[in-house]
Design a protein around this ligand. Structure first.
Ligand code: SF4
Length: 191
């Protein structure tokens, strides 16, 4: 049997609610299409990346970059990798959802840290920061990617592999995030 790889989106989902990854990887259920998913798929045009590229002083933009790490058993498709005129590598994700204040959401940071680990392995260079463009709010937020967040992404991967191998159903979260969850029909959310 082919060995299972996780994705950077799995890491994001686990940080949002571990049950989502249980549903996708243990029960192999498909997420109901949410409003955010529909809008998100429409928002990746060049008009989005142009101001981001200008702000970051890009010399090169790689779109829909497929990444893989055999070491971490991790893969994913990054929206954009920007190479700046100073030769810095900056992962960029475009999100339809709203940020919380002026900070990149924790689940998004972990997704970006996962991409950063793969960029580092594939390009042989350290990734120091990433950027999220929140299209609804028209906000461009930068987040530092230090060793702490990269190690947290690695620990999250380990936790997910453990959950999958043990087939442990994680506790439901009690949070307003259940309201828009694509797995609400399969779950018994506590809201
Ligand atoms: S409905 Fe709530 S508890 Fe259930 S998977 Fe979604 S976010 Fe998690």
């Amino acid at each position: 049997m082919e060995e299972e790889y996780l994705t950077a989106v799995d890491v994001k989902h686990y940080a949002y609610c571990p049950r989502i990854v249980y549903f996708t990887h243990v029960l192999h259920l498909q997420e109901r299409t949410t409003e955010a998913m529909l809008y998100g798929s429409e928002s990746h045009d060049e008009s989005v990346i142009a101001p981001v590229a200008a702000r970051l002083r890009a010399s090169k933009i790689i779109r829909d970059l497929e990444l893989v790490s055999d070491r971490l058993k991790l893969r994913g498709k990054l929206d954009y990798l920007i190479v700046t005129k100073f030769n810095e590598l900056i992962p960029v994700e475009v999100k339809w959802t709203e940020p919380i204040g002026e900070a990149v959401k924790r689940d998004h940071r972990l997704q970006l840290a996962s991409y950063a680990l793969m960029v580092e392995e594939n390009f042989g260079r350290t990734v120091k920061r990433a950027v999220v463009y929140y299209t609804r709010a028209k906000k461009l937020l930068s987040t530092p990617l230090d060793e702490d967040i990269k190690n947290e992404a690695k620990r999250t991967l380990k936790s997910i592999f453990h959950m999958i191998s043990e087939e442990e159903l994680p506790k439901a979260v009690k949070h307003k995030r259940c309201i828009n969850c694509g797995f609400k029909d399969y779950c018994k959310p506590l809201v």
